[in-house]
Each structure stands twice: as structure tokens, then as C-alpha cells.
Design a protein around this ligand. Structure first.
Ligand SMILES: C[S@@+](CC[C@H](N)C(=O)[O-])C[C@H]1O[C@@H](n2cnc3c(N)ncnc32)[C@H](O)[C@@H]1O
Length: 406
């Protein structure tokens, strides 16, 4: 590129085309319909506080509101996540769609997908967000979208039934209202957190249960209101190392603190992974099979001081057993760091045994399930155990969620 070309301003249309190209490469756009919606909607009009290149970045969310502690409570989600969730939803012209968690741009994409014959309703618990979404949607020519102030826990009965419900805020459960407001044969796409791990899951209804069709790794701001349910953090070393607990999990923090202060025991699996491969499927396997599965979080300082060997912001898969625990570890196999081996770091009186148990499950995943997808099913609370598939059962307030593998 010569200097003259480099100085030419990049137009919104060029940025949109470049975004589409990236989303195709990332496999986030898979159909002509979603591509057309993303090409049609002027995305930058929904993020006026961002620069054009931020608004059209594939992987970046634009934070639009923070709470008093500076934590993000509302954002325009990253285009990659919006695109794959729209693909998961398989929206057809003429459908009625509910979006839970507003921003504007995603509702505009949905409006393009359903066309003039369809109907889009977007709800948010925050009046500022609803006012903003309504204003930006009208400004971009999408005044036909209904923007409503409501807690997602209750859905929005006025415009029900919906053919699709797309939840764009981190959820821990599937409240009754979503089931009641979903049309026969409908589909829910929801970033559902189970055992600390969040996946955007596309569910279809089969009688009184929901069955997953596919899922993708994702991250979202957590749900507020009546359905709020946060992960709990148990600190093990000042504020630098902790365990994230979900659902009804409990641990003996005092004994685990002592365990961490003692030397660790290493175990290695012989199972390897490439530098660009993701291991979210392994973590889902471990969350399914390990009786006490939690996530270890650590600040880089704790890793640099050698207290732990990992400082993943997502949290590291960990098996807890009484006063002992072991977390998943990785070591490079070459200087270029192109290939890594999975292992485990054990602490506590049963350090070796828990590390060996974790490594054994890593080997089983590699041998029997590396190419598999898990299956999530959601049953109403109170469903007897003998109706549930074999696998992990996680009890929520409204539902019983199961994770099973072929
Ligand atoms: C990631 S943003 C939504 C992004 C948006 N769909 C877009 O177009 O990019 C999540 C939103 O969920 C909202 N939210 C949180 N809890 C909620 C609840 N219980 N019901 C409805 N909205 C909620 C937040 O206020 C926030 O605006």
C-alpha cells in the first residue's frame, strides 16, 4: 500500500465488508441470511461512543454502562458472538422473536432476519438501556422493534408466543416464563452457566424437556433481577488465588488454604494439544465426570511467584476432594511453544491421588471423546432421577440440567 492509499479514510461499508470476511473466517457467519443482516444494519449507529474500528471489531464488545464498582453491566456484544448466536437461532422470515438483554444492534439484525412479516421484542431490566435501545433503533430506521422494560425472569407475555428466544445475558437457569412463552417447536438460545462453565446453547423443546442442538463457548455480563445467581469466590491465598464455586458447591476453604501452602505434586498425561487449539471441550468433560469440579482463578502475580502454575482469567478446571485438590496444567513440549501436554498439579494430603484421578480423566477424554459433543438436557425441577439420562445432573431453581456424552 502506498502513502496515498494508506491515508484514504476507510468507509463504514468497507469496515462492514471486512467484518463479514472475518466472521466468515471465524465460522461465526455460516448462512447467507445472517451475512445479509450484518451487511444491512449500520452497526456503528448503535455504538456512538466507540470509534468506527471499535464498532466494527469482530471480537470486541463495546461497554456501554458500568456499575458503581466499575464492572460492566451493559454492552454491545462482540459481533462474533452475535453472529454465531443468530446462526444458532436459525431465525426464519415471519417469526416472532424475543431478545432478552437489549443493546439495539442485535435486535436490528433479528428484524432483518424476520422481515416485515415477523415481530421482534427486546427487553432489558435497565431503563437506561431500554431508552437507549429504543432511541438508537428508531434512529437507524427500526422503530418496528418493541423495546420493553422488563426482568427477563418473567419474559414478556404481551408479545408471546415466540418462535425464538435469544438470551444475551449470562443465565444460570431456564425460568418457567421462557418455557411458557415459547411456541410449539420453538428454540431458545441461551448462554447457560453450569458448574462455572458458560456455553451459548441452542435448545429445542421435546415435550416438557429441552435438548441441546449445538453449543459455543462464550462470555456475558451476568443476569440481574429475580434470576440473579452469581458464582462465589473462595480465597485461598490473599486475593491472588481463589476457587470459583457454582450451583450448590461447598468446599472446606481452611483445609484447601493449608493444602495450597504445601508443595505440589505433578502428574502428566501424555495427552497433547496444539498452541491454537482450544480445550473447552476437555473442561466440559471434566465438569461432567469429576464429582467436585470447581474453577481455580489466579492473578499473574501468583503464577510469577510460583504459588500456582496457571493464571487463566477464565478459571482452570480443578478437582476438589476434602482437604486436597488438583488443577489442570499445561507444559510446552518444544521451544516454539507449538505443542503442549496436559497434566495436573496436586496439593494436600491426597495430592498424588487427586492429580492421578484428574490425569486419568484427561486420558479418557482423549481416547474416547475427543471428537464428541456433549448433550445438555433441561427438565422441570422435581423430575424423578429415573427419567434423566446417565451423566451429570445439576439442580437449579426451576430446572434439572443434565450433561451427557455419547
Ligand atoms: C450484553 S448486554 C446485551 C447486548 C445486546 N443484546 C446487543 O445488542 O449487543 C446484556 C444486557 O442484559 C441486561 N440484563 C441483565 N439482567 C437482565 C434481566 N434480568 N432481564 C433483562 N435484561 C437484563 C443488562 O442490563 C444488559 O443491558
Amino acid at each position: 500500500m502506498n502513502n496515498e492509499q494508506a491515508q484514504q479514510p476507510v468507509t463504514e461499508t468497507q469496515l462492514r465488508e471486512s467484518l463479514i470476511e472475518q466472521l466468515r473466517e471465524l465460522d461465526a457467519i455460516r448462512t447467507e441470511a445472517v451475512e445479509k443482516a450484518i451487511r444491512t444494519v449500520p452497526r456503528h449507529l448503535f455504538a456512538p461512543e466507540a470509534t468506527l474500528s471499535q464498532a466494527y471489531a469482530a471480537e470486541e464488545a463495546v461497554i456501554t454502562k458500568k456499575d458503581e464498582n466499575g464492572i460492566a453491566v451493559s454492552s454491545v456484544s462482540a459481533a462474533r458472538i452475535q453472529a454465531f448466536m443468530l446462526e444458532q437461532a436459525e431465525i426464519q422470515p415471519g417469526m416472532r422473536v424475543l431478545e432478552i438483554g437489549s443493546g439495539g444492534v442485535n435486535a436490528a439484525y433479528i428484524a432483518e432476519l424476520v422481515g416485515e412479516e415477523g415481530e421482534v421484542t427486546t427487553i432489558d431490566i435497565d431503563p437506561d438501556v431500554v431508552e437507549r435501545a429504543e432511541r438508537l433503533l428508531a434512529n437507524a430506521g427500526y422503530e418496528r422493534v418493541n423495546a420493553v422494560l422488563a426482568d427477563g425472569e418473567e419474559g414478556e407475555p404481551k408479545h408471546a408466543p415466540y418462535d425464538r428466544i435469544i438470551v444475551t445475558v449470562g443465565a444460570w437457569d431456564i425460568p418457567r416464563a421462557w418455557t411458557d412463552q415459547l411456541a410449539e417447536g420453538g428454540r431458545i438460545v441461551v448462554p447457560l452457566r453450569t458448574r462455572g462453565l458458560t456455553r451459548s446453547i441452542a435448545f429445542e423443546r421435546e415435550g416438557d424437556r429441552f435438548v441441546s442442538q449445538n453449543y459455543e463457548l462464550c462470555g456475558f455480563v451476568p443476569m440481574q433481577g429475580a434470576g440473579e445467581n452469581r458464582v462465589r469466590l473462595v480465597l485461598l491465598h490473599g486475593e491472588d488465588v481463589g476457587l470459583r464455586l457454582d450451583d450448590t458447591q461447598q468446599v472446606d476453604a481452611e483445609r484447601l488454604r493449608t493444602a495450597l501452602s504445601e508443595p505440589r505434586v505433578e502428574a502428566w498425561s501424555g495427552v497433547t494439544i496444539g498452541g491454537f487449539e482450544s480445550w473447552d471441550q476437555l473442561d466440559l468433560w471434566l465438569a461432567t465426570v469429576l464429582p467436585e469440579f470447581v474453577l481455580l482463578t489466579a492473578k499473574p502475580a501468583a503464577r510469577d511467584q510460583g504459588i500456582v502454575t496457571t493464571a487463566s482469567p477464565m478459571g482452570t478446571a480443578t478437582l476438589v476432594d476434602g482437604g486436597s485438590f488438583a488443577y489442570r496444567a499445561l507444559r510446552p513440549l518444544d521451544d516454539g511453544r507449538t505443542r503442549f501436554e496436559f497434566g495436573a498439579m496436586g496439593h494436600g494430603p491426597a495430592a498424588k491421588e487427586v492429580a492421578d484421578r484428574l490425569v486419568e480423566q484427561i486420558r479418557i477424554w482423549d481416547r474416547d471423546h475427543r471428537a464428541d459433543q456433549a448433550r445438555f438436557e433441561v427438565y422441570p425441577a422435581g423430575t424423578p432421577d429415573d427419567r434423566l439420562p446417565a451423566g451429570r445432573v445439576v439442580d437449579k431453581r426451576h430446572t434439572r440440567v443434565t450433561i451427557s456424552w455419547p
